[in-house]
Design a binder for this molecule. Structure first.
Ligand code: 8Y4
Length: 278
């Protein structure tokens, strides 16, 4: 798949490192120090095996304080400008806002990651522009609940069927709008409005999404599907996160979105070796 000028092969799973660009209360170095911290974190993740960096201004975390458009732009754009020239990786912009997508792609982002699957005002048009004029692919994620479009589908008691039906509809709309089929990535959206049971059903059946012949992105890192099962706080979910990442990689997921890049890259190398031997 082409990300602007970079071609990425999904013959083996790729690791996407999560880079949150949020003002943290412990750092008082100001804006410049924040940008420097983000760059060094990105370099660290690439050296540890990440070929994707997902940059988010924290507008999409469930339960996160909503961030204004200007605040999100101020957080994310300077970091993308610097990282896209300095760091050898696909630079993904985690946003559902059309204007953030557009400005991020102008600043050097090479992928769009939208947890609302381009259903926010203007987002589909922004992603069409990014795809057509910059060869920037988009990841469309499934979410249950929040945006109203989910509920108009018939009441389904099979989450896997539900998510597959969502992608059938959503892919059609994206392609009709002008995004190439081959410029889409799909994601079942672990944790987004799903029960613990449903999250594990999706993980168990994640290979079902291979029927679309599109790269599948899997994001389970440190989520409550791990914490609630193991009774562990967010800082103690590494073993659980590596386990779910390994299962996803073994099942054919193409992009594994994680906080712990080095540990997950080791796990992916084990999976790769396993797939290679007779
Ligand atoms: C601890 C840390 C507990 C983080 C929960 C979380 C996905 C995503 C998110 C995903 C794609 C998160 C932006 C939620 N999750 N994008 N984004 N897929 N494509 N929660 O699963 O990391 S944010």
């Amino acid at each position: 798949m082409i990300f602007k000028t970079r071609e990425v092969s999904f013959d083996s799973p790729q690791v996407m490192g999560i880079l949150n660009v949020t003002p943290d209360s412990f750092s008082d170095g100001g804006k410049f120090a924040q940008i420097e911290r983000a760059i060094s974190q990105a370099h660290k993740m690439v050296n540890a095996g990440a070929s994707f960096i997902d940059i988010g201004g924290e507008s999409t975390r469930p339960g996160a304080t909503p961030v204004s458009l200007q605040e999100e732009l101020d957080r994310v754009i300077p970091v993308i400008e610097k990282i896209s020239t300095d760091v050898d990786a696909v630079i993904s912009i985690d946003t559902y806002k059309a204007q953030v997508m557009t400005e991020a792609v102008k600043a050097g982002a090479t992928m769009i990651n939208d947890v609302k699957a381009l259903r926010d005002q203007g987002a589909l048009d922004a992603a069409v522009w990014a795809a057509k004029t910059h060869s920037v692919p988009t990841c469309i994620m499934h979410m249950r609940g929040s945006p109203e479009s989910m509920q108009d589908s018939p009441e389904c008691n099979d989450i896997v069927e539900d998510v597959i039906h969502f992608f059938e509809q959503r892919i059609k709309e994206c392609v009709n709008a002008g995004i190439l089929y081959s410029q889409l990535i799909i994601d079942p959206g672990f944790g987004f409005g799903k029960t613990l049971e449903q999250n594990y059903q999706l993980l168990k059946h994640i290979s079902d999404f291979s029927q679309f012949d599109l790269p599948v992105l899997s994001g389970t890192s440190r989520k409550s599907m791990i914490g609630n099962l193991l009774n562990k706080e967010v800082g103690d979910r590494l073993a659980g996160s590596i386990s779910t990442a390994t299962i996803a990689a073994l099942s054919g997921a193409s992009i594994i979105r994680v906080h712990d890049v080095e540990e997950t890259s080791d796990a992916v190398k084990i999976v790769n070796k396993l797939q290679m031997v007779e």
